[in-house]
Structures are given as structure tokens and as C-alpha cells.
Design a protein around this ligand. Structure first.
Ligand code: GDP
Ligand code: MG
Length: 311
């Protein structure tokens, strides 16, 4: 199974709920060959609102679409929908950064969004690409957090640095960095605790962790990934704003797109904060992390993923 096929299949499955709703909305206005009408514009707008991308973003896309339709003299539903997809892809498009080693990936996000699971999946992905990895359990809030990371470390056959429950997270990161240096590892992935009930504490802690990494590994490339649960809808935008104050977030991982997900939230966050999505989570298994593909995503939003791509 190629990665592309798997991506389509999982995306189609993952985004099924919002897609079904959108398909219902849009089918009322005929098929792709039906002459374009004001009603079809309305149903495209409804479809976007259903995806949770936020009214402002949806209106902006509609304004652009009306301009393109006029300029290019588009005449059918299908032409308008294709143009809208291109507009949304344009909203999401970012330069593809080249990977530079060694790299430190710091994951942040509130409890339960899928940080530890994402780290496990990332470790397996990079291990499969021949990279050497060290995991660092800086979520010292509960012993179970390090235990959970350890299970993933065993699966990915990579070392893990952990301390006792309640230990200083920055201290664990210090040791993690030393271990990564000693082993000349390509990649250090750091798990953190996601408590937001004390914002100052969280911000201070992340700042301290950042200082340790900067001081001890000044030449490493850095990714600070904010992990967000797609099923939380607009609340994810609030989390993105909070965590952007605490750390220089370089990318998002949107998890649980396989659930009742409404993936449009990606567009809302990109629009408001300019942070690109790097990966999407589409399940709890080790293979269920995919690099983000804006084209497949836009197709998925409008129910246009190829039907013959089955797992
Ligand atoms: P953390 O508190 O942020 O570290 O979150 P965890 O990694 O412990 O994940 C919380 C729960 O979400 C676990 O039950 C995971 O299996 C589940 N989970 C994580 N990512 C995904 C995903 O992409 N899809 C689904 N369905 N579940 C996920
Ligand atoms: Mg965790």
C-alpha cells in the first residue's frame, strides 16, 4: 500500500462525518455540470461553515471565489468547486522545509490531545527513515506519562530518558540532550505536560526547557509542535493562541481526524496565527500519522477523494 493511497483512504474515512454533511448540503444544488447559481454559492458556504473553519475564513474564501468566477467566467458547479478548493489550498500552502539534523522536536499541547501518541508515531516514522532517536519524558506530572512514552520507545527501539514522577522537567530535558549528544542521535523528541490551569507555570516551564535546549544544542534545528485535537473545534484556536505565547510554535499536529473531526479548524488557525499544519493524526495505531497534504485535505473537505482508494 503506497503512502498516497493510504493517506486518501484514511482521510476519506477520517473526515467522513463532516464530508457526509457537506455532501448532503451540496447535492441539493445539482451535480458538477449544473449551471452555477446563487444557491450553489450558498451551499458551498454552508459546507465550509460545517467544516468548522470559522465564518470569517469561509466568507473570505467566498469573496475570493466570486472574484475568480467573474474573472475566469466559470459557468458550472464543478468549476466553481474546483476554484474554491484551489483558494483553500492557497490558504494552507507553505514552503516545504528541508530537514536538518540534528533536530529537536518539542511537543506541547493540553492534556489528552495526543502528544505522547504523536511522539511514538513520529519516532517510528523517523526510525523507518534510518534516523537515530532519543525520547525524553519531560511530562513528569504523572509517572504513567513516562510509562506510556516508554512503551513507544520499546516499539521504536530507541532509548528514553526519564526521571521520577514530579522531577524538574527542564532537568529531564538536560539529561535527554546529553544522551542525544553522547549517542550522536539525529533526533531528540521531548514530551511535555499539558497543564493549562496555571498558565504562568506552564509558560515558565516551557521557557526553561527552551533555554536548556538552546544552550546545550545551539546548532540543532528546532520544531516546536503544538498538538491539537481536531474534535475540539473552535476551542483549538484558543489553545493555539495560548501556546503561541508560551513557545515559538513552528507547526501543528492535528490529531483525531478519524473521529467526529471537523478539519476546517486548520484553516481558522492558519488564518489567525499563520501556523502551518505539519502532520495529521488519523487513528491510534503506529501508522496513523500522515504528513499534511493540502490538496488531499481540500478534496476531503468537499467529498472528492477517489472512491477506489481502499485500505
Ligand atoms: P497526551 O495527553 O497529549 O499525551 O495524549 P495521549 O497521547 O496520551 O493521547 C490521548 C488519547 O488520544 C489516547 O487514548 C490516544 O490513543 C488517543 N489518540 C491520539 N491520537 C489519536 C488520533 O489521531 N486518533 C484517535 N482516534 N485517537 C488518538
Ligand atoms: Mg502524554
Amino acid at each position: 500500500m503506497s503512502e498516497k493511497m493510504s493517506l486518501f483512504a484514511r482521510l476519506r474515512q477520517g473526515m467522513s462525518r463532516s464530508r457526509q454533511q457537506m455532501a448532503q448540503v451540496m447535492e441539493m444544488e445539482g451535480d458538477d455540470n449544473t449551471p452555477l447559481s446563487e444557491d450553489y454559492f450558498d451551499s458551498l458556504l454552508d459546507a465550509m461553515i460545517l467544516s468548522d473553519m470559522g465564518a470569517v475564513c469561509a466568507e473570505e474564501a467566498m469573496d475570493k471565489l466570486r472574484m475568480v468566477v467573474k474573472e475566469k467566467k466559470l459557468r458550472t458547479n464543478g468549476e466553481a468547486k474546483a476554484a474554491l478548493k484551489e483558494i483553500l489550498v492557497g490558504f494552507l500552502q507553505v514552503e516545504k522545509p528541508s530537514l536538518k539534523w540534528p533536530m529537536v522536536i518539542l511537543t506541547v499541547g493540553v492534556n489528552g490531545v495526543g502528544k505522547t501518541t504523536t511522539i511514538g508515531k513520529l519516532a517510528l516514522r523517523f526510525q523507518g527513515l534510518g534516523r537515530t532517536i532519543v525520547l525524553c519524558a519531560a511530562d513528569t506530572f504523572r509517572a504513567a506519562a513516562a510509562d506510556q512514552l516508554q512503551v513507544w520507545a520499546e516499539r521504536a527501539r530507541c532509548p528514553i530518558v526519564r526521571h521520577k514522577e514530579g522531577a524538574d522537567p527542564a532537568g529531564v530535558v538536560f539529561d535527554g540532550v546529553q544522551s542525544a549528544k553522547a549517542q550522536k542521535a539525529d533526533l531528540l523528541i521531548v514530551d511535555t505536560a499539558g497543564r493549562l490551569h496555571n498558565k504562568k507555570n506552564l509558560i515558565d516551564e516551557l521557557a526553561k526547557i527552551n533555554r536548556v535546549i538552546e544552550r546545550e544544542l545551539p546548532d540543532a534545528s528546532r520544531e516546536n509542535l503544538l498538538v491539537l485535537d481536531a474534535t475540539t473545534g473552535q476551542n483549538a484556536v484558543i489553545q493555539a493562541k495560548e501556546f503561541s505565547k508560551a513557545a515559538n510554535i513552528t507547526g501543528l499536529v492535528l490529531t483525531k481526524l478519524d473521529g467526529t473531526a471537523k478539519g476546517g479548524i486548520i484553516l481558522a488557525i492558519k488564518r489567525e496565527l499563520g501556523i502551518p499544519v505539519k502532520f495529521i493524526g488519523v487513528g491510534e495505531g503506529i501508522d496513523d500519522l500522515q504528513p499534511f497534504n493540502p490538496h488531499a485535505f481540500a478534496d476531503g473537505l468537499f467529498n472528492d477523494l477517489p472512491e477506489d482508494f481502499e485500505e
